[in-house]
Design a protein around this ligand. Structure first.
Ligand code: NAI
Length: 719
């Protein structure tokens, strides 16, 4: 049967053929890696459905993606960023809603077969169809991630999902911008049927055929009796919405308007009906689309996407494909790297430590990462078993001879690092890369011990490795482009966002972060309280304050890093008066890991400030500086150092620098990173503030040359 297409100027994305009463439609954006819904695609959809409505042969429709591993990734974000006004954005949403209304009311039933990412507008389309079949493949991810871009699902998603799965389930997905694997989506009621990929087409077409003969799916309200109590009546729903609002506030500190707007769109629709809900949804989308927060989140999204394609060096040779990974040092970081490498990159991992007992502990710790994924049903029992089998280790280098990449995470001592490098070089394959996870030692120094420094590089992971999204890759003075390419590519396979950073003290993240905890000492000495310092940072938008951060990192680790930073940049990092953190470390208070630091911890939970800390530090909180000034001192120290480090080319671009700050230590994403933040304030204002602080608190706040120059010329980091 001949394939029919909708009229279109360029190659058509929507094609269909009719067979035995069923129209099989496929969406495939030619020349694009994934399907997205743009204006052009919408027009083709409309033309296609108009033709199918008129075609007397067609009794039902089965819809698929023509891409091998992607259904529809969402609405076209490129189109979204060109929106100039709230009214224009509202219209875009209303257009999308209208199209999906037509799909929902289409006179012939539509079944959709989902394989691969089905996100945002893609899932909203699926929601408008009458029956959803999804493959049980790991690539099939279903959800509404819009709030992560500072907007809300605005093609009916805030209306149709709660009607399908109940308010609780829908809010859980929408407010966190989550996507779920198909199995979970099936359990939640987001899809009707779960099938292995080879039979997706057959089952979807069969469902279309059944619906053509009058059959309709019967859907139970999920959640049983409790679900009925909470979702099925206005009183219960009131409770659900109040709880959700509170939770969103706790999670976002009120910095992100999108989840609140989404809540309102859902609530409004359930109270006043679908049509009113859609209207409110479009209005709220209009308002959100032009907010500064949304712009920032979209910039981060684009930057992260660009970094996914960035090989890290100009004219990079193709990376060596890592199939076997060696890890030396199976402690805290080594085991974290091992577990993450296995679960994300599915490579064979061989660990080595000085004795087998330590290796065994390391393997158990690595395995805990897999256990967690199993518990959260991110992997099946079968996949879990297969992944666990990839972990092995011993007290010798057996197995390292075939490792394309080896990462060391031994003690932070140059002698030990150089020793294991020499040992490893003796057994690694001729092209094997040796990476160090050092946080403070120059890679070039470590590489001095190597026969072949071209193959030595830094891969600086952050703790906990499984959760922290950033990796700094640090080429030494003699590292080859091939080595960089291999390290960057592997970091990415581990699921990390990778920035390439110059070999200099603290690299990027620890360097620009250094003024933050350092300022804590000064603030405490001036009489500020621990709670106040932390709360001002949180109010600015950091996930945790600097004192909590110190406890999380471990005070011993922080002290060591501080020493290196002090030595390198001491003129700017003036030491606060008093005994400082060293006194706490001496007293065995290392932070969370030892149950006591600035705060006390019980059963893994943070309790209040451990007041005895003030005695150890020889200080007493008595007010201290004004809260607004505390915030300014914490933030501008970072901004100033970031400006300076960028000027020294520690990162390649403001983009890399901001991404490093956001993903490395949680600089508030809605502010776009320290460099973007400086641009927003204007260099003139930053310099004026820094000068005032320098006058009052000393030269550590003296504005960097680059900021001064920008202030003079009126230029910015981002042009
Ligand atoms: P750790 O003390 O937990 O682990 C070090 C492991 O290396 C121990 O199991 C030890 O037995 C083993 N080891 C020591 N010498 C060895 C040798 N010659 N051969 C084989 N194994 C040997 O330390 P952690 O925290 O995992 O740190 C490791 C590295 O990671 C350090 O360079 C550290 O600076 C770096 N790092 C640490 C971060 C953290 O937050 N802890 C963050 C980023 C990097």
């Amino acid at each position: 049967m001949a394939t029919t297409t909708a009229p279109s100027l360029s190659a058509p994305a929507v094609t269909w053929d009719v067979n035995d009463g069923i129209a099989t439609v496929a969406l495939d954006l030619k020349g694009q890696p994934v399907n997205v819904i743009s204006r052009a695609v919408k027009d083709e959809f409309l033309a296609c459905f108009a033709a199918l409505a008129d075609d007397a042969r067609v009794r039902a429709v089965a819809f698929f993606s023509g891409k091998p591993d992607n259904f529809i990734a969402g609405a076209d974000i490129e189109e979204f960023v060109t929106l100039g006004s709230a009214a224009e954005a509202e219209r875009l949403s209303a257009d999308g809603q209208e199209m999906l209304e037509r799909v929902a009311r289409f006179p012939k039933p539509i079944a959709v077969g989902i394989h691969g990412a089905c996100l945002g507008g893609g899932f909203e389309f699926a929601l408008a169809c009458h029956y959803r079949v999804a493959t049980d493949h790991p690539k099939t991810q279903i959800g509404l991630p819009e709030v992560q871009l500072g907007i809300l699902p605005a093609a009916g998603g805030c209306q149709r999902l709660p009607r399908l799965v109940g308010a609780r389930g829908a809010l859980d997905m929408i407010l966190a911008g989550k996507s779920e694997r198909a199995a979970k989506a099936f359990r939640l009621g987001m899809v009707d049927e779960l099938v292995p990929p080879p039979i997706l087409a057959e089952i979807t077409i069969a469902a279309a055929r059944r619906m053509a003969s009058g059959w309709r799916p019967k859907r139970k309200r999920p959640g049983g009796f409790v679900g009925f109590l909470l979702d099925g009546n206005p009183l219960g729903r009131g409770i659900v919405f109040r709880a959700a609002r509170k939770q969103v506030f706790e999670r976002t500190g009120g910095h992100y308007p999108a989840p609140f707007a989404a809540l309102e769109a859902v609530e409004h629709g359930l109270k006043h009906g679908l049509a009113e809900g859609l209207k409110r949804e479009a209005q709220l989308f209009g308002q959100l689309a032009v907010t500064d927060v949304s712009r920032k989140l979209v910039q981060i999204f684009f930057a992260t996407n660009q970094l996914k394609k960035d090989p890290g060096v100009p004219n990079a040779p193709p990376p060596e494909r890592v199939k076997r990974l060696g890890i030396i040092g199976s402690g805290f970081m080594g085991s974290g790297i091992a577990g993450t490498a296995v679960s994300q990159a599915e490579v064979d991992v061989r660990m080595k430590d000085s004795d087998v007992a330590r290796v065994a502990r390391g393997i158990l710790a690595a395995r805990a990462i897999l256990d967690d994924r199993l518990k959260r049903r991110r992997v099946t029992k079968y996949e879990y078993e297969r992944l666990v089998a990839l972990l092995s280790g011993g007290d010798t280098y057996a197995g390292f001879g075939r490792a394309e990449l080896t990462i060391e995470a031994v003690f932070e001592e140059i002698g030990v690092k150089q020793q294991v490098l020499r040992e490893a070089e003796g057994v690694l394959p001729p092209t094997g890369v040796f990476a160090s996870n050092t946080s403070t030692i120059p890679i070039t120094r470590i590489a001095e011990a190597a026969h072949d420094p071209e193959r030595v590089i830094g891969m600086h992971f952050f703790s906990p490795v499984a959760k922290m999204p950033l990796l700094e890759v640090i080429p030494g003075a003699r590292t080859s482009a091939q080595t960089v390419s291999t390290a960057v590519a592997f970091g990415r396979r581990m699921g990390k966002t990778v920035i390439v950073v110059r070999d200099s003290p603290g690299f990027w993240v620890n360097r620009i972060l250094a003024p933050y905890p350092n300022e804590v000492g000064h603030l405490l000495a001036e009489g500020a309280s621990i709670e106040e310092i932390d709360s001002m940072a949180v109010r600015f938008g950091f996930p945790v304050g600097p004192v909590t951060l110190l406890d999380e990192v471990g005070l011993d680790v922080a002290l060591k890093v501080a020493g290196v930073m002090q030595e390198a940049y001491g003129d700017r990092l003036t030491v606060p008066p008093g005994p400082g953190i060293a006194a706490l470390v001496k007293a065995g208070r290392l932070g969370r890991k030892s149950g006591r630091g600035f705060y006390s911890y019980k059963g893994g939970k943070k309790r209040g400030v451990d007041e005895s800390v003030y005695g150890l530090l020889g200080i007493h909180p008595n007010g201290g500086p004004r809260p607004a000034e505390i915030m300014q001192r914490l933030v501008l120290g970072i901004v100033n150092e970031a400006a300076r480090a960028l000027a020294e080319s520690v990162v390649r671009s403001p983009r890399d620098g901001d991404i490093g700050a956001i993903f490395g230590f949680g600089f508030p994403p809605f502010r776009g990173g320290p460099l973007r933040y400086a641009d927003d304030l204007s260099a003139e204002r930053v310099v004026a503030d820094l000068e005032r602080l320098a006058e009052r608190y000393g030269t550590r706040f003296a504005p960097s040359d680059v900021l001064q120059e920008q202030a003079r010329r009126g230029t910015k980091f981002y042009s």
